[in-house]
Design a protein around this ligand. Sequence first.
Ligand SMILES: [Ca+2]
Ligand SMILES: [Ca+2]
Length: 170
Amino acid sequence: MRLERVVLCAVSWVLVLGACGPVPDGEEWEGAEPETGPVTEAQTVSQQAFIGDLGSALGNAVAVHSTCGVSNQWRTTCGSGPSGDISFVWRAPSTGAYTFTTRNSTFDTVLEIRNYRATSEILACNDDSGNNLWSATALNSLIRGTLLLITIEGYGERECGVAHLNIARR
Ligand SMILES: [Ca+2]
Ligand SMILES: [Ca+2]
């Protein structure tokens, strides 16, 4: 209890008996501190879900890998179920805008990009690119050397297949 609260209670006690009694369920103390702490705890990337370091690769199919039978480490913010996922680390080769897609993947993908150094920070998430089931997103102001954690999973719980990751400078 903070000092100002103690003073307020003391004054209230004189004016209205019982003003500082227990707070009923569902009500908050006036001036209560908001909940603190991250919404999503940063996680370490497990061995199975973490497929590899792509360096600063650009082009089509910088990574091609199956998501069938892999563990479910991440719950993407634009997916629908707890499907298995694969993740890669990628470093921006220069400052600028980049596009990331899963075009040519064999299944309905979800693509999510996080800050590799603070994985609770989600930079982008996409399910479908227009009418396509593959995913596409862009980051417009990446700083050279920024490390990204790029995660691909199926949209539905049992959705899996061979994922293609394509990265291009805009
Ligand atoms: Ca997942
Ligand atoms: Ca999709």
